[in-house]
Every structure is written in structure tokens, then in C-alpha cells.
Design a protein around this ligand. Structure first.
Ligand code: LLP
Length: 414
């Protein structure tokens, strides 16, 4: 269920009026619904049914401690891509035995920290990385569990910057070379090859390319098993998309997972997945206040207090985010660009968008901003980063304070 809805013309997040949050916490502020996050997570859990599985939430989508804690308490595992994300998950009380460590450029200190924490598995992306993990595991006196991330060479049909499953992309090893790599890697005595992983991209609206990749991965697992490799799990990545436009519909988590489970049936494999966006994306909005309106030539601008440093997706991927007035009016609608204060022409949140007449002081909610929103924010133009708020049923609380000017210069030396 969409947590963001009008009641008597006032926009609510669950049972809390967004205007109340804006009045108290100020703007720009990210607001998330705890209930929506848990519902999305539980849809994955429920859809797997009897199939052994671990849902590893992709921390990169939104790594704020309160959100990680919410998911950890619900039983989630975590997909991390850095030592920083490992630290966050451990701080939030996540179970290290449910952590998968992905990424093409893991450093020795990051691998060390993960070995110390006792994570479940490293998703390895190259042979030199295998050699490094082997050497470090030796020093720890343990065997590290590894899964090669294979690149199945399928077209994920998504934005070029977030498509990862073609051979021209930097991710994983060519699936055609994978068998030979597993064969060669047997020499590493401190590694246990227990899985195979893949991830073909993000914001996938169509399950077909994923199922194509799953078939290729399962085929590889059959071949590895027939050679004697004790492959126990298949990590099938994340990537399920969400509806950003009102006319789109969000792909159904249950049917997506059901299609995966049909392929996994009777194979004695533990399934792992790494969803991020589909868990937190629709659960969050970015609240912003209108500062000014102006018209130049035939362009109408609505200038707001959130900018590309707060939400970079429109500037970076030409992404569309629905924008709703926090107080609904019957007024006239007009075509506007919604822009922020940052000194770049690329600083827009919406272009040529039909929007209800809004005036300085009015609040807007930029929708579907729970994933890849705050995490990709920066201090560009020396703008303190936004506050974050979590709505829990009828109440709300600040889960990250708005940054101050002191925060902006912390760690600097004159
Ligand atoms: N696993 C791996 C190995 C990944 O690289 C990613 C996302 C995920 C899981 C989670 O994918 P999700 O379920 O969230 O689609 N900043 C971009 C998205 C980048 C995605 C990177 N990798 C955006 O704002 O659209």
C-alpha cells in the first residue's frame, strides 16, 4: 500500500501529516514510512515460502542506522559494498552471518574487517581478489566462503548507468570463463567455493532478463556440481524496479520471486537476493519548501529549498520523481520546472511538469525518494545535508539530524 496519500486535502505519510513534520523538522527533510519498508521486506519473505532463502537488503539504497535496525530486527540479511556499510550494519545490530560482501574493488582493510566480523560470503569479482581474500583468510586462520559473481551477458533493459550484466560492464567475471576460474581457484586452500552470484542491473521493470540470468547461473551451477564443487547457494542479485510515474505500476514482488522459485525447485539450493530500491524506494519522500516563483521567457520556475545535492537522480539519470503539493488545491495547474538553489543548470527536480499553483512557503513532497536519495546526497555548494525522519504508525522521530555549518568543516585544517 502506498504510504503517501491525501486525507482531506492534506498529504499524509501513514497517519502523520507531512505539514506537521515540515513545521517541526524544517525542510528539506527525507521522510520514510517504517510500515511500508517492513511490508515490502515481508513481501519478499512471504513469496519465498518453503524455498530456503535469505533476503539481503542492499544497504547502498539507504544505509541510515534506524532503517538498517528496522530491517535487522525483522530478520533481514544485508548486501554490503564497503567497509563503511559493514560498520553501519554492525552498528545497527545486523547479523554478520547474514552479510554478503559485493563490489569490484574491495580493499585489504575492508576484507580484513569482514573476516573479523565473520560475514557469510564474499561475492568475488576477479581472480586477483580471490588471491587477496585467500591470503588474508590464511592470516586469520580461517576458510572464507566465496561465490564468484558472474556476468551472464544479458541486457537488463534499464538506464545505461545502472545496467551491470553485459560483458562491457566492469562487474563480475564472464560466465563463459567461470568454470575455468573455479577450477584454477581450487589451489586457494583458505577459500570455500559455496556459491555463485549475479546481479544484472537496477530499476528492472520486467522480470524476463533476470530469469534469463537465473537460468544461465543455474546451468553453471549444474556444471560446477557435476565437477564436484559443493555449491550450496545462488545469489540472484537485486534490481526489481518501482513505479516512479503515476501511470507506471510497480512490478509485483510475489510473482517475481515465484518465477525464481519455480526455477530453483528441487535443486537443494539456498537462494539469496539483494533488493534495495523495491524495499525502501516507495516508502520515502523528500519534503521541500517553495522559496520563489519566477518566469523567464516562456519558462516558469518554482524554486525550492531542496537541490541536486539532496536528490541527484533527476540530474544524473534524468529520473522522474512525482511531485505532490503537501496541501492539495483546486487551483489552476501550470507547466513548470522545479529547481533548487545550486548553481548549475542541471540542478532540477522536475522539468516541464504540470503542477498545481504553488506559492512561496508551500510544501512539496518529492515522491519515491526512499532509495538512492539521501545516500547520494552531498555538501555541494556548502549545503548541509537534509534531516531524515521515520514515521512509525501515528508518531514520527528524527533519525538523522540536519547537518549544521560546523558539520560542513569538521575534520578540516586551515
Ligand atoms: N546488488 C548489487 C550487486 C548491486 O550493485 C545493486 C545496486 C543491488 C544489489 C541493489 O539493487 P536494487 O534492488 O536497489 O535495484 N543510484 C542508482 C542505482 C544504483 C544501483 C547500484 N547497484 C539509482 O539512483 O537509480
Amino acid at each position: 500500500m502506498n504510504p503517501i496519500a491525501y486525507r482531506d486535502r492534506a498529504l499524509f505519510c501513514d497517519n502523520v501529516a507531512l505539514a506537521d513534520i515540515a513545521a517541526d523538522a524544517g525542510t528539506p527533510t527525507y521522510v520514510y514510512s517504517a510500515q511500508a519498508i517492513l511490508e515490502n521486506y515481508r513481501s519478499y519473505e512471504a513469496a519465498f515460502g518453503a524455498q530456503p532463502h535469505t533476503v539481503c537488503y542492499a544497504v547502498k539504497a539507504n544505509g541510515t542506522l534506524a532503517i538498517l535496525k528496522l530491517l535487522a530486527q525483522a530478520g533481514a540479511g544485508f548486501d554490503i559494498v564497503s567497509g563503511g556499510e559493514l560498520y553501519r550494519v554492525l552498528q545497527a545490530g545486523g547479523d554478520p552471518k547474514k552479510i554478503v560482501f559485493s563490489g569490484v574493488g574491495k580493499t585489504a582493510p575492508e576484507i580484513d574487517a569482514a573476516l573479523t566480523a565473520g560475514i557469510f560470503v564474499f561475492n568475488c569479482e576477479s581472480e586477483p581478489e580471490l588471491a587477496l581474500i585467500d591470503a588474508l583468510a590464511h592470516r586469520h586462520g580461517i576458510q572464507a566462503r566465496v561465490a564468484m559473481r558472474v556476468n551472464p551477458d544479458v541486457d537488463a533493459a534499464t538506464h545505461a548507468y545502472i545496467s551491470t550484466g553485459r560483458l562491457a560492464h566492469k562487474f563480475g567475471v564472464d560466465i563463459a570463463d567461470a568454470e575455468a576460474i573455479y577450477d584454477r581457484a581450487c589451489q586457494h586452500e583458505n577459500l570455500r567455493f559455496e556459491g555463485v552470484s549475479c546481479h544484472i542491473g537496477s530499476q528492472l521493470m520486467n522480470p524476463e532478463p533476470v530469469m534469463e540470468a537465473v537460468d544461465r547461473v543455474l546451468n553453471l551451477i549444474d556444471r560446477l556440481r557435476s565437477k564436484g564443487f559443493d555449491i550450496r547457494h545462488a545469489d540472484l542479485g537485486g534490481g526489481l524496479g518501482v513505479a516512479y510515474k503515476p501511470e507506471e505500476s510497480t512490478p509485483d514482488i510475489s510473482s517475481f520471486i515465484a518465477q525464481m522459485c519455480a526455477r530453483l525447485k528441487d535443486r537443494g539450493l539456498h537462494a539469496m537476493i539483494e533488493p534495495g530500491r523495491s524495499i525502501v524506494g516507495p516508502a520515502g519522500v523528500l519534503l521541500t519548501r517553495v522559496l520563489y516563483r519566477k518566469t523567464t521567457g516562456d519558462k516558469n520556475f518554482v524554486i525550492v529549498d531542496a537541490a541536486m545535492n539532496d536528490l541527484i537522480r533527476p540530474a544524473l539519470y534524468s529520473a522522474y520523481h512525482e511531485i505532490l503539493p503537501v496541501r492539495e488545491t483546486n487551483g489552476q495547474r501550470s507547466i513548470v520546472d522545479v529547481v533548487g538553489p545550486v548553481c548549475e543548470t542541471g540542478d532540477f527536480l522536475a522539468k516541464d511538469r504540470e503542477l498545481a499553483e504553488v506559492m512561496p512557503g508551500d510544501m512539496l513532497a518529492i515522491c519515491t525518494a526512499g532509495a538512492y536519495g539521501f545516500v547520494q546526497s552531498s555538501n555541494y555548494n556548502a549545503r548541509p545535508r537534509a534531516a531524515e525522519v521515520l514515521v512509525e504508525e501515528n508518531s514520527w522521530r528524527v533519525i538523522r539530524k540536519r547537518e549544521t555549518n560546523e558539520d560542513l568543516v569538521r575534520g578540516e585544517v586551515e
